[in-house]
Design a protein. Structure first.
Length: 340
C-alpha cells in the first residue's frame, strides 16, 4: 500500500504543472524521455520524477517537469511505460504538456549481450498567451512606446494539439552500451497561426558509454565501486549538441561531471571556434531500498555567461522495486547504464 501511495503522489506531480520539450542534464534519470528503448530497462518496476529550472537569472526562464512509470514483464521480455512531460517558457507564457505510452522489447543476443527496440506515441498540447506581445508595427520610433493594435490575428491566446511518435534502439553488454533514438518522426505541425506551416524538426540522438569496476578483477554488475564514461549527441534541425562526462559510483554516493558543447564547431559548421555551453556537476545518492536522488547544476560558459543566466538547477528522484512474480526476486538489471 505504501508503494502504491508513493507512485500516485509522484505521478500527480506531473499533472499540477506546465511544460515544454527541453533537455535534461541528468538525461539517464529521464530514461523514457531519452530513448523509448529504455522502457523497462531496470527490469524492475520504476517510478520517477524530474525537475529543471533553466536560466533563473533571466526574466525568460524555462521550467520543466517529467514523471514516468515503467514495468518489465520477464515472461514477455518487454517493458511498458507511461510518460508525462510538462514545461513552461515565461517569455511567451508558452506551455507544452504531453502524455505518452512507451513499449520496448529486449532481445538476447548472447550470454550477456542484449538489443532493445522501443516505440512511443505521445499526445501533445501547446498553449500560449500572445496578449503581452508587442510587434514592430506598434512601436513609436520616437519614444519606443507601443501605439494602437498590431493588426495581427493571433488573439490573446491559442491552443494546439497533435500526436507525436518516437523510436529507439539500445544495445548493451555487461560493461558497454550504445543507443540511438529518433523523436518527432512525422515532424508534426506546431504553428498556432491558421494556414501557417511550422513543423517540429526531427531530433536524432546517439548515446553510449563504458563502465568498469574500480575494485579490480572481473566486472561485476553488483559492484559497489564503479566508474563510467559516456556521451550523448543530439541533432535537431540546424542545431546540434554534445554531452561528455563521467560518473563515479561510491555506493551510496554518486559523483559526476559533464561538459556540454561542440568543440571547434559553431552553428554546425567547423570554423575553428569552440561552441562551449556549460559545465555540469552532479551529486547523487543511490540507496539499497531502491530510492535514487540526484541534484545537478549547470554552470554557463557560453556568451550568455553565468552572471546573466544563473545557470540551471535540476533534481531527479526515482524509486525501483520488483513487483509481480516472487520467483523472479533477486534478479538485477542486465544494463550497466548511467544512473543520472
Amino acid at each position: 500500500m505504501k508503494k502504491l501511495l508513493l507512485i500516485l503522489t509522484l505521478l500527480m506531480t506531473a499533472f499540477s504543472v506546465k511544460a515544454q520539450d527541453i533537455q535534461y542534464s541528468q538525461f539517464y534519470a529521464a530514461p523514457l524521455y531519452l530513448n523509448p528503448a529504455m522502457t523497462g530497462a531496470t527490469e524492475l518496476t520504476r517510478v520517477g520524477v524530474n525537475y529543471r529550472n533553466q536560466w533563473p537569472g533571466l526574466n525568460q526562464d524555462i521550467t520543466s517537469y517529467s514523471a514516468y512509470l515503467d514495468h518489465y514483464f520477464f515472461d514477455a521480455n518487454s517493458g511498458v511505460g507511461l510518460l508525462f512531460n510538462s514545461s513552461q517558457q515565461s517569455q511567451l507564457q508558452l506551455s507544452t504538456q504531453e502524455i505518452g505510452l512507451s513499449y520496448a522489447y529486449r532481445l538476447q543476443l548472447g550470454r550477456a549481450s542484449y538489443l532493445r527496440f522501443g516505440g512511443q506515441a505521445n499526445y501533445v498540447s501547446r498553449d500560449a498567451y500572445f496578449g503581452d506581445l508587442v510587434f514592430g508595427s506598434q512601436l513609436d520610433v520616437d519614444n519606443d512606446q507601443p501605439i494602437g493594435p498590431s493588426g495581427e490575428s493571433l488573439g490573446n491566446g491559442n491552443k494546439h494539439q497533435f500526436l507525436d511518435y518516437n523510436f529507439g534502439m539500445f544495445f548493451n553488454t555487461q560493461s558497454i552500451w550504445l543507443g540511438i533514438a529518433g523523436h518527432h518522426l512525422t515532424q508534426p505541425q506546431t504553428s498556432f497561426v491558421e494556414d501557417s506551416r511550422s513543423r517540429l524538426p526531427m531530433k536524432i540522438s546517439a548515446h553510449g558509454g563504458f563502465q568498469w569496476d574500480l575494485a579490480g578483477g572481473s566486472f561485476s554488475m553488483a559492484s559497489n565501486r564503479t566508474m563510467s564514461l559516456a556521451f550523448n549527441y543530439k541533432k535537431q534541425g540546424a542545431f546540434n549538441q554534445l554531452d561528455l562526462g563521467t560518473q563515479v559510483n561510491l555506493d551510496p554516493v554518486v559523483l559526476g561531471a559533464w561538459y556540454r558543447g561542440i568543440p571547434l564547431v559553431k552553428n554546425g559548421v567547423i570554423n575553428g571556434k569552440a561552441n562551449h555551453e556549460s559545465l555540469i556537476g552532479l551529486l547523487g545518492f543511490s540507496f539499497d531500498n531502491g530510492i535514487e536522488v540526484g541534484y545537478s547544476y549547470d554552470f554557463t560558459i557560453s556568451q550568455l555567461n553565468q552572471a546573466q543566466s544563473g545557470g540551471a538547477h535540476e533534481i531527479s528522484f526515482r524509486y525501483s522495486f520488483l513487483a509481480g512474480n516472487d520467483r523472479l526476486r533477486g534478479k538485477t538489471s542486465s544494463m550497466p547504464c548511467f544512473k543520472y
